[in-house]
Design a protein around this ligand. Structure first.
Ligand code: CUA
Length: 349
C-alpha cells in the first residue's frame, strides 16, 4: 500500500471510530436500541452494495453479450487508474470502519451496566435456572435471600437497568442464558462468574417474555425454558416485600411442612411422588429406607446420609437406568432445608 493510501485509511479511522450512534432511554444507554440502529445500518449498506453489484451484473450481461456489434474487436489498453484504485480502497475502508465502530458500541453497552442497575443472581443447572434476590430496589441487603427456581417461577425484574450475575451450580455443564427481547445471550460456564446487562423499558411493564437455554446441555435442554416479567418500580417493591414475608413465614413452618413445599417446588420438576414409572428421575414415593441399585453395580439403602449426598452431589451415586442428578449447593438448598426434605420424604409412602 502506498504511503498516500495508508494515510487516507488512517484518516478515515480517526474520523469514523467515534462516529457510532448510541441510543439512550430515560438517561440510560439502551443496548437494544443501539443494536437496532446497528442492524439497520448493516442491512441498508448491504442492500445498497447488493443492488449496485446486481444492476452492474445485469447491465454487463446485455452490454457484452457475444452477439453485440463490435464484440470481436479488442478494447482500448488501460494501464491502471490511480483515482479508481483510491476510490475502491477508500469506500470499503470507510464502510468497514463504520460498521466495526457501531458493532463495538453495542458490545460495549452490553458489557457496561450502570452502577445503579438492580442485581439478581441467576444460576443454571440441568435443567433449569435459579433466581436469587439479595437486595431490595434501593440496593439494601434483604434479611434473607429470596430464592426462586421452580419450573413455574418467572424472573421478575423492575423497570430500569438490570444486571444479572450468571453462573452454574458446581459440577454442572455449560448453559447459555438467552433473553431474545433484550438481545442478550451469555454462556454460563461452571466455575466462572459473568454477567449481562439490559434496560427494562416502560412499555414492557406487565409483559412477559421468553428466556431460553441456548447451549445444548443434555437430554432436557429443549425444556430448559423460563420467562421474564417486567414490573413497574412500585409493583416490584411490593413484590419483593411480599416474597420476603413469605421467606420469613416459611422459616417458621414445621420441618414437615417446609419439606413438603420444597419437594413440591424443587424436586417435582424431575421426580414424582405418585410412584408412576417411566419418569425422567426415579420416583420419590417410598424412597426412604429402600435399597437403591446404582450404575456401577453397587447398592445402598436410601437413608438420611444418602439423600443428603444425592442432593449435594448428584453424581456421587447414579441410580441404575437414570441420568445423574443435578447438584444443589447450600446457596440453593440449605442444610436445614435438606433435613426438612428428608423429614417429608419419610412420610411419602
Ligand atoms: Cu441448559 Cu441447554
Amino acid at each position: 500500500m502506498s504511503k498516500f493510501k495508508l494515510l487516507l485509511v488512517l484518516l478515515c479511522a480517526v474520523v469514523l471510530i467515534p462516529a457510532y450512534v448510541i441510543a439512550t432511554e430515560g438517561g440510560y444507554v439502551d443496548p437494544v436500541k443501539t443494536w437496532e440502529f446497528g442492524y439497520k445500518l448493516w442491512l441498508y449498506i448491504s442492500a445498497v452494495i447488493w443492488a449496485g453489484v446486481t444492476i452492474a451484473l445485469i447491465y454487463f450481461i446485455f452490454k457484452y453479450k457475444k452477439k453485440s456489434p463490435g464484440r470481436d474487436v479488442d478494447g482500448e489498453y488501460i494501464h491502471g487508474n490511480i483515482g479508481l484504485e483510491i476510490l475502491w480502497t477508500a469506500i470499503p475502508t470507510v464502510i468497514v470502519i463504520l460498521l466495526a465502530a457501531q458493532t463495538w458500541a453495542v458490545f460495549n453497552e452490553l458489557r457496561s451496566p450502570p452502577d445503579d442497575a438492580y442485581e439478581i443472581s441467576v444460576t443454571g443447572y440441568q435443567f433449569g435456572f435459579d433466581y436469587v434476590y439479595n437486595y431490595d430496589l434501593e440496593g439494601k441487603l434483604l434479611p434473607q435471600a429470596i430464592k426462586k427456581g421452580t419450573p413455574t417461577d418467572k424472573l421478575v425484574v423492575p423497570e430500569g437497568p438490570v444486571k444479572l450475575l450468571l453462573g452454574t451450580r458446581a459440577g454442572d455443564v455449560v448453559h447459555s442464558f438467552y433473553i431474545p427481547v433484550f438481545k442478550t445471550k451469555e454462556d454460563m460456564i461452571p466455575g466462572r462468574k459473568t454477567y449481562i446487562y439490559f434496560l427494562a423499558k416502560e412499555e414492557q411493564i406487565g409483559k412477559t417474555f421468553p428466556i431460553y437455554c441456548a447451549e445444548y446441555c443434555g437430554t432436557r435442554h429443549s425444556l430448559m425454558l423460563s420467562d421474564i416479567e417486567v414490573k413497574s418500580k412500585d409493583e416490584f417493591k411490593e413484590w419483593v416485600s411480599k416474597q420476603a414475608m413469605a421467606v420469613a413465614e416459611a422459616a417458621q413452618a414445621s420441618p414437615l411442612e417446609r419439606g413438603k413445599k420444597l419437594v413440591g417446588s424443587q424436586c417435582i420438576g424431575c421426580h414424582n411422588i405418585t410412584g408412576e414409572p417411566g419418569g425422567y428421575a426415579p420416583t420419590l414415593k417410598g424412597v426412604f429406607g429402600k435399597e437403591r441399585e446404582f450404575e456401577d453395580g453397587t447398592t445402598a439403602v436410601a437413608d438420611e446420609a444418602y439423600i443428603k449426598e444425592s442432593i449435594r452431589a448428584g453424581d456421587a451415586k447414579i441410580v441404575k437406568g437414570y441420568p445423574k442428578m443435578s447438584n444443589f449447593p447450600p446457596e440453593s438448598i440449605s442444610d436445614e432445608e435438606v433435613n426438612a426434605i428428608i423429614e417429608y420424604l419419610k412420610t411419602v409412602k
